[in-house]
Design a protein around this ligand. Structure first.
Ligand code: 6FA
Ligand code: ABL
Length: 536
């Protein structure tokens, strides 16, 4: 059966697209390569202490840190060399769920958007009506493991910071700090799954296929006729056709969407040549005369981030989250299972802060900090108390000028081709300045000790020798300047009916962790597509 719209990928972009298109009465097929995540979606990944409940690892916010330490980490895409979620919800099924309503700057010309995108407020309002977010996720209204908030108040107040409710004032992002906000609801992971997916899947005009990978779009020149998948149950030899006026929306994430484009003969010729050399994918390419040469994979950006690890006698780091999956404290389990309250109702972050920096090139760059009890790694010559760890991750955010390139290798694994961090030395200079400012008031906070780096390493040396791969923030966004890969309605240049709605079509990094901003962008993108003439 042909479809009006085929949406590829059930991450935040794809779920919003699928929900709004099906709400408009279109016949929609949503295809996801992974399986279910949350318990009510059919997910079954449970620790023994969850047996008999419908809570999976993905439902319980407090299990977030165990995503990185579980040996059975089936949810990460195995053919992408950075962290990416391959399951219902994509990154939002496994991420820290820090949730920030976008700023005006996030959709401005300075951020790379065409003027037709500048008024994002109605779309952000649509998003927050569905998913308000909370900085107080435990259902009993209490805050847990909040010791780091007091430490940060002592550290940041002398630097001129103001404590605010961050999502009540999205544009206040200079010398502002507050409680971390999340896309959780009712003490559970929610995001686009508990909202957009929930309404989409209930509609009879939406069909959902999971465990199905889209290999390429099938096209004759500029006209897409359908998608080829690895699942013969979806259609003959895995092919699904579009209606004559139908459209494909790619929402497979920055890496996944790029690979589908290459495999469809769209992108730089060096990437398509690699596809040509693959015995399975090569024969599916359109003839070379129909290749569409676009800078797919260029100009990608990700926040460079640097961890500072501290100890403070008041901090309880929850045993650094080490046993949270295997043997969490029984009282916390009982409390969570009773009414979704307590420590397990929140992911690890506790405090976020922002500061703006003017830079020698005239561009304002923002620094964002995320504070959590615990630490991913400690390198120190000091003796220290391992149950009193606190990490500040400092991200260089909006204004960053460094860019890199992603693509595929000969095995068609999606990978970084050129690192996107610190290609502009000014980015490094400003992040270093930010780190120096953060630690400038440590002597004013009794008991607070910076242990990584310790006193044998200056911050300058620490930054200069920080492993490039550790700078990764998992916040990949691409380049979509009009006339580059997509036009201002998110249509891929050189095609009639191929669209992109995901992190790939975001031109530059937003102020905060991106999933809130990119869901607002998805609301706007799908509205633009629906109002475009010539469609189904
Ligand atoms: N963003 C935030 O805002 N706050 C956070 O706290 C936060 N934390 C993390 C985090 O802790 C980790 C470990 C990671 C990896 C990311 C984090 N992010 C955070 C970033 C945020 O999750 C991402 O920016 C966001 O999920 C990107 O959304 P996209 O729509 O661009 O893409 P996804 O990768 O989420 O989804 C793509 C979907 O397509 C997946 O479900 C995938 O399985 C599917 N897919 C890919 N290729 C496909 C194919 N060929 N066929 C079918 N399906 C495909
Ligand atoms: C994000 O936006 C980042 O993409 C994640 O890297 C980050 O989580 C979450 N939000 C929460 O702030 C961190 C974990 O806290 C670390 O334990 C882990 O080592 C790191 O991700 C890996 O990138």
């Amino acid at each position: 059966t042909p479809y009006d719209y085929i949406v590829v990928g059930a991450g935040p972009g794809g779920l919003i697209a699928a929900d709004r298109l099906s709400e408009a009465g279109k016949k929609v097929l949503l295809i996801e390569r992974g399986g279910p995540s949350l318990g009510w979606t059919g997910g079954t990944y449970q620790a023994p202490w969850l047996e008999g409940t419908n809570f999976t690892k993905f439902d319980i916010p407090g299990l977030f840190e165990s995503m990185f330490t579980d040996s059975n980490d089936f949810w990460w895409c195995k053919d992408i060399t950075t962290f990416a979620g391959c399951l219902l919800g994509g990154g939002t099924a496994v991420n820290g769920a820090l949730y920030w309503l976008p700023t005006t700057h996030d959709f401005s010309a300075a951020a790379g958007w065409p003027a037709s995108w500048a008024n994002a407020d109605p779309y952000t309002a649509k998003l927050s009506a569905r998913l308000p977010g909370t900085d107080n996720p435990s259902t009993d209204g209490k805050r847990y493991l909040e010791q780091s908030f007091n430490v940060m108040t002592q550290l940041l107040t002398p630097q001129g910071y103001t404590n605010i409710t961050i999502n009540s004032n999205p544009n206040f992002k200079d010398h502002a700090y507050g409680y971390s906000a999340f896309s959780f609801m009712n003490g559970r992971r929610a995001g686009p799954i508990a909202t957009y997916y929930k309404t989409a899947i209930a509609r009879s005009n939406l069909k959902y296929f999971d465990d199905t990978t889209v290999l390429n779009v099938v096209r004759n020149g500029s006209q897409i006729s359908g998608v080829l998948t690895d699942n013969p149950l979806i259609g003959p030899a895995g092919f699904v056709p579009l209606n004559p006026k139908g459209r494909v929306v790619l929402s497979a994430g920055t890496f996944g969407t790029s690979r589908i484009l290459f495999r469809s003969g769209i992108g730089p010729s060096d990437m398509i040549t690699l596809v040509q050399g693959d015995p399975v994918a090569g024969p599916q390419l359109p003839p070379q005369s129909q290749w569409i040469n676009l800078p797919v994979g260029y100009n990608v950006s990700d926040n460079p981030s640097i961890n500072l690890v501290f100890t403070h006698p008041t901090i309880n780091d929850y045993d650094n989250w080490a046993d949270v999956w295997t043997s969490p404290p029984p009282a916390d389990v009982a409390q969570y299972l009773k009414d979704q309250s307590g420590v397990l109702a929140q992911a690890s972050p506790r405090v976020n802060f922002w500061r703006a920096y003017s830079s020698p090139d005239g561009i304002t760059r923002w620094l964002q900090g995320t504070v959590r009890p615990g630490a991913a790694s400690v390198t120190t010559g000091y003796p220290y108390n391992a149950s009193q760890l606190m990490t500040i991750t400092a991200y260089l955010s909006t204004g960053i000028t460094s860019r890199g390139r992603i693509g595929i290798n000969a095995g068609l694994t999606a990978t970084i081709l050129e690192n996107p961090w610190f290609t502009d030395p000014i980015d490094k200079q400003i992040l270093l300045q930010g780190l120096n400012d953060i630690v400038s008031t440590v002597p004013l906070v009794p008991g607070l000790t910076l242990i990584t780096p310790d006193n044998t390493t200056t911050l300058t040396t620490y930054v200069n020798t920080y492993a490039a791969s550790n700078l990764n923030s998992n916040h990949w966004v691409g380049a979509c300047q009009v006339g580059s890969v997509v036009d201002e309605n998110t249509k891929v240049e050189g095609t009639n009916n191929l669209f992109i709605i995901d992190s790939y079509q975001i031109p530059s990094l937003p102020m905060g962790n991106p999933h809130g901003m990119l869901m607002s962008a998805a609301e706007q993108a799908v509205a633009k597509i629906l109002s475009l003439t010539g469609g189904p």
